[in-house]
Design a protein around this ligand. Structure first.
Ligand SMILES: CC(C)(COP(=O)(O)OP(=O)(O)OC[C@H]1O[C@@H](n2cnc3c(N)ncnc32)[C@H](O)[C@@H]1OP(=O)(O)O)[C@@H](O)C(=O)NCCC(=O)NCCS
Length: 187
């Protein structure tokens, strides 16, 4: 799926959660690795993408992210929400991902969006992606891409609501990077 980032979007559009979520956001860094692994395991548990992974599996995925295997991590465009020392949601951006068309290498790619089970449906997922989009908009970037499992209703609903559009991959090109993602929505 791809979001076309409108340069003229309403600057007043909220990118910060209100109320009890306010002030929880901060940039993500590689030093969040262990917290991201714990969040990954917790957020995907019981979802369509859950294949019974362990914390060591999650650590390996995070290590791969940091190593650039999902594209070069763009930490400045990545955001986490932290409550009382615990990372409870994250929206992580990479770029220069080797991608089949219509994904565009070099453009921003939302590699991971995840919210801890106990914090879901409180607006963190939406706020994280909106914050990423606002950072990219200020940089003048044109698009944000992602790959999502077609059956992942929470994620697909969120992305459609934010204006992402399904862009089908060429036949046979839909693929997963890991448990975290699989078929391109619309493929
Ligand atoms: C997808 C995910 C990140 C959403 O995080 P979240 O913090 O719960 O999302 P939000 O509370 O901001 O929800 C925003 C909107 O998404 C949609 N949504 C979220 N969860 C949903 C669900 N279970 N069913 C249907 N729609 C849902 C709704 O439109 C929701 O708005 P609403 O609450 O006003 O109705 C979270 O479910 C998650 O971590 N899933 C596991 C990891 C994953 O699959 N990530 C995406 C990989 S591409």
């Amino acid at each position: 799926m791809t979001l076309t980032i409108r340069a003229d979007a309403d600057a007043a559009a909220p990118c910060e959660p209100k109320g009890p979520l306010q002030g929880l956001a901060r940039p993500c860094t590689a030093s969040d690795a262990e917290q991201l692994a714990a969040l990954m395991l917790d957020s995907y548990r019981g979802t369509v993408d859950d294949e019974g992974e362990t914390i060591d599996d999650a650590r390996r995925v995070v290590a791969a992210l940091i190593a650039g295997e999902f594209g070069t991590a763009d930490w400045d465009a990545s955001v986490v929400f932290e409550r009382e020392g615990r990372v409870v949601s994250a929206a992580l951006v990479t770029r220069d991902r080797v991608a089949p068309p219509p994904l565009v290498a070099g453009e921003a790619f939302l590699a991971f969006s995840m919210t801890a089970a106990s914090e879901k449906r409180r607006g963190l997922g939406r706020a994280g992606v909106m914050r990423v989009v606002e950072i990219l908009r200020r940089r003048g970037e044109p698009r944000l891409h992602l790959v999502v499992t077609r059956a992942n209703v929470p994620a697909v609903t969120l992305y459609l609501a934010l204006g992402f559009e399904p862009l089908p991959l060429p036949a046979g090109e839909g693929r997963g990077l890991d448990a975290a993602e699989s078929a391109q929505q619309g493929a």
